[in-house]
Write a protein of this length. Structure first.
Length: 648
């Protein structure tokens, strides 16, 4: 279904979708009637400092003692030039920056429990990372199954999903794959996914980045609507237009880690006049405050603004005597916005941040996932299967490469598996199988996994599911494709090269080949986690080359120098090669066919002795590979966990 553009709520097309689950509405909705109500959350922070390492110079201070409050029902913008500390402040408030941070952050007047807060808030990054192979509705259903309680009926979950999509104006795109959406539609989809559990706090990193002026206006208007329903909405924004700026309720202006302004948008221009900073008529106030923040109007003005926000400034002399033309109220006080504004500043100098108006705190909040671990694994496993099978190009390439490679190998080494004169050539064919099975499993993971990390990072940080559940589901989803592709390849080349037609040999060969394919996928996951695609594609083959060298094919283990022989026992390909050779030529295999007067390797056991494999036991190699795979899987999990922690 194609998405259309038109004029409707927030500039979105109001045309009716064809999906029968949609409910016709004559007026745009003003609230989510089916979302579970959540207690409003107010965020206050005091004396927040943030340091980062600065090489040999020691530590560099990014944020310099910031104070503030973000209220429910308000749309707060954090502005400032590049390097001012906007993202750092928001990441600290969201709980994604902890190292090098001092100060205090409170939630509804109480010290914030970070584990609980992460389940109550959501963070939407600047880049709109979605799963391209899922439709909008499928993505929303996955989010509903993970973020809503299992006790909630499926019908109610669907109603909630439908209501959110209608509310955000993307109901016409319900059956469109996420990869085909426009930039504005992807942004609304990312918001819709996080609204499923109705979080009371929403953080947005540059929500208007990459959007045209019309889409920017729609996006900010949407955020304003979400805030007006009682949520605390906080976003960083670089340089909005005047029309977009006036949509915000509250502005925090940063410069060089210091706060120059922390008040309402309506008071911005009058407040700047107190410091002889006059915004020209018909000039965008956002552009003007950015000029102030970068120092175009003097460092003295920046210092005065910073001191006033810190509540250390003194009252300007020109305000001590009211203007004669200024109207006075019944108490003889000026009633103009300027005096009222300064009165609030003066009152804040005495009281700082008060707590009388903070929302009520709920004591029974818990840091728990909405569904059980088993349910998380089930939902993620089904999503992995669906996304993998829909990536037709990757499926065709993986399946086709195994078929073509099997046919080429079968043609080149046709009928050599039972020929006593072609034992070494047959061993070469088996070693080629080792290389193909291993690299055909590793390289697709190296190429595709880095593309999954941004979605994983967003969902993990927003507490959709635990990392353990993701990893278990990922591991289980890898097995069917490893078995299927390996089986297709072995079935072709095993028969064409005339390997022994014994079921127990074939299935043992298949089992050990499947394990080496899983080892390849695990290494691909580790390499794809640690490096970007360009580096991973180069480092993958380079990293595994020593394992091939010490596999025992090019040089037997006994023939290696003693001081490096121990390295062969680290090579997992050694155990695969030994297991393969013993599987094909061991188990008292009958004599090979010999069309010559003398065939040196007519007895297969003689070939095993020549390769120093006569003492080898297949099951030892098999269980070593099983243990190797388990150890690598655990190692890959901790590498992934470290990477996610480092990415924050």
């Amino acid at each position: 279904m194609e998405c259309t553009n038109g004029e409707g709520p927030l500039g979105i097309s109001p045309s009716e979708p064809t999906n029968p689950v949609w409910v016709k509405r004559k007026k745009p909705m003003r609230g989510f009637s089916h979302l579970a109500p959540r207690n409003p959350l107010e965020i206050t922070y005091f004396d927040v400092h943030y340091w980062v390492p600065d090489g040999r110079r020691g530590m560099k201070e990014i944020l310099k003692g910031l104070d503030g409050r973000m209220k429910p029902g308000e749309l707060t913008a954090i502005m400032g030039p590049s390097g001012a500390g906007k993202s750092s402040l928001m990441n600290i408030l969201a709980g994604y920056r902890q190292n090098g941070v001092t100060g205090k952050v409170e939630m509804n007047g109480r010290e914030r429990d970070l584990r609980v807060f992460r389940h109550l808030s959501t963070y939407i990054p600047q880049q709109d990372h979605v799963i391209p192979n899922l439709t909008v509705m499928e993505s929303m259903r996955v989010a509903a199954n993970l973020k809503l309680p299992s006790s909630m009926p499926s019908k109610d979950k669907l109603t909630t999903v439908v209501e959110i999509l209608e509310h955000l104006g993307i109901q016409n795109c319900a059956e469109t794959r996420a990869g085909c959406l426009s930039g504005g539609q992807k942004k609304r989809l990312c918001i819709a996914l996080e609204l499923v559990n109705n979080p009371p706090v929403l953080f947005f990193d540059e929500p208007t980045s990459g959007l045209d002026s019309s889409s920017c206006l729609q996006c900010v208007s949407l955020l304003k609507m979400l805030a007006s329903e009682g949520r605390t909405v906080i976003c960083t924004i670089h340089q909005p237009s005047a029309r977009i700026l006036e949509i915000f309720d509250h502005l925090i202006l940063l410069s060089e880690g210091m706060c120059l302004y922390n008040d309402t948008i309506a008071s911005l221009v009058p407040y700047l006049k107190l410091f002889n900073l006059h915004c020209p008529s018909y000039h965008n106030p956002a552009d003007f405050v950015m000029e102030v923040a970068v120092g175009d109007h003097g460092r003295e003005a920046m210092k005065a603004l910073c001191d006033a926000v810190k509540l250390n400034a003194t009252k300007p002399p020109e305000l001590e005597i009211p203007d004669p033309e200024t109207p006075l109220d019944a108490n003889g006080q000026s009633s103009t916005p300027l005096s009222g504004l300064w009165g609030r500043i003066e009152n804040s100098m005495r009281k700082k941040l008060t707590k009388e108006t903070k929302p009520e705190f709920i004591d029974d909040l818990k840091a728990e996932y909405a569904v059980s671990f088993a349910k998380q694994v089930q939902c993620l496993y089904l999503r992995f299967l669906k996304t993998t099978t829909r990536d037709l190009m990757l499926m065709y390439i993986r399946g086709g490469s195994h078929v073509v490679a099997g046919l080429f190998l079968g043609i080149m080494y046709f009928d050599m598996g039972d020929d006593a004169m072609s034992v070494y050539r047959n061993a070469s064919a088996l070693f080629f199988t080792i290389i193909l099975v291993f690299y055909a499993s590793m390289m697709p993971t190296v190429l595709t996994y880095p593309l999954e990390v941004p979605v994983l990072l967003r969902e993990i940080l927003n507490k959709w599911y635990s990392l353990k559940a993701y990893y278990v589901a990922k591991t289980l989803a890898d097995v069917p494709f490893a078995v299927l592709c390996t089986f297709i390849y072995l079935l072709i080349c095993y028969y064409m090269t005339s390997q022994p037609l014994d079921a127990h040999r074939f299935f043992r060969y298949l089992a050990i080949s499947t394990y080496i394919a899983l080892v390849g996928q695990t290494l691909g996951l580790m390499i794809g986690t640690l490096f970007d695609i360009q580096a991973a594609v180069f480092l993958g083959p380079v990293f595994t080359a020593p394992f091939l060298l010490f596999s025992g094919f090019f040089l037997s283990v006994k023939a290696m120098p003693k001081y490096i022989r121990w390295l062969s026992y680290v090579s997992f390909l050694k155990y695969y090669f030994e297991g393969t050779m013993f599987c094909i030529y061991g188990y008292n295999r009958p004599d090979l066919q010999c069309n010559q007067p003398y065939c040196h390797f007519k007895n297969p056991d003689k070939f095993l002795r020549e390769m120093d494999l006569e003492e080898n036991v297949y099951w030892e190699d098999f269980w070593v590979l099983v243990a190797y795979n388990i150890v690598l899987r655990f190692a890959a999990y901790f590498v992934l966990r470290w990477k996610l922690h480092h990415s924050r």
